[in-house]
Design a protein around this ligand. Sequence first.
Ligand SMILES: Nc1ncnc2c1ncn2[C@@H]1O[C@H](COP(=O)(O)OP(=O)(O)OP(=O)(O)O)[C@@H](O)[C@H]1O
Ligand SMILES: [Mg+2]
Length: 269
Amino acid sequence: MPELAAVENLSANTEHPEAILEKALDLHEVSILYSGNPAINKVSCHFLRNKITSIIGPSGCGKSTLLRSLNRMNDFISGVTLEGKIMFSSEDLYGAEVDPVEVRRRIGMVFQKPNPFPKSIYNNIAWGPGINGHEGSKDELVERSLKQAALWDEVKDRLHDSALNLSGGQQQRLCIARALAMEPEILLMDEPCSALDPISTAHIEDLMFDLKSRYTIVIVTHNMQQASRISDYTAFMELGHLIEFGETEQVFTKPLVKRTEEYVTGRFG
Ligand SMILES: Nc1ncnc2c1ncn2[C@@H]1O[C@H](COP(=O)(O)OP(=O)(O)OP(=O)(O)O)[C@@H](O)[C@H]1O
Ligand SMILES: [Mg+2]
């Protein structure tokens, strides 16, 4: 990676002089290895509170691996090791005193392939908050979450049908609603729109804009238009390295690294 040195200056790119922007997650030289083979190499970057950050890059470059490390989902894969440090506000995300279950409640995740529980639409939403001691009205929570995910109108008359009978796009919005019902602080989304039609995709993008005031969002996407439309910051990765990281407009219109320019203009990938 001859141009990797450029990365050293990049963290300054997201520092806004006139505002104090809080880092929801701050990565210091994070490497992730599968059975000793590195998939992520010394990545340092941060995800700012109430902002949307896109992670882009060619297939296999490590986007999902990095995203999963942000809420300790990689813990479920045997042979994974993580080096470096990820700070979640002032806590070390991998510190011995940290409860990974609590981490996943506070940092929710939506996967590329929708994975509804084999339960009713209603219970897909209500179950998680229920076991976490949610005290308010379940009906209200279900309605609010489904509305936030732009699914309510389509399912309000069949809330007790199986979620598995929904279309793929509807299942994905249900999974987003399910994640939101847990009221996480950070929402991680791994190609959440890849199974959606353009109208559902537009709904989800509008939703992300609305959610920004309360959540920090990190989204992996292969859709360059989507990244440039919705995100405040963009991280471009290749072969496990962070090549460029900065404000989205800068990354897309004035990239510092030639490889970024080639990727965002579709010349490879
Ligand atoms: N469970 C695993 N065990 C071993 N290697 C893995 C595992 N998951 C991913 N990898 C490897 O890590 C590298 C990064 O994979 P990852 O899935 O993070 O890429 P990605 O950027 O999300 O790709 P895509 O855009 O295709 O989803 C790849 O070389 C992949 O083969
Ligand atoms: Mg992936």
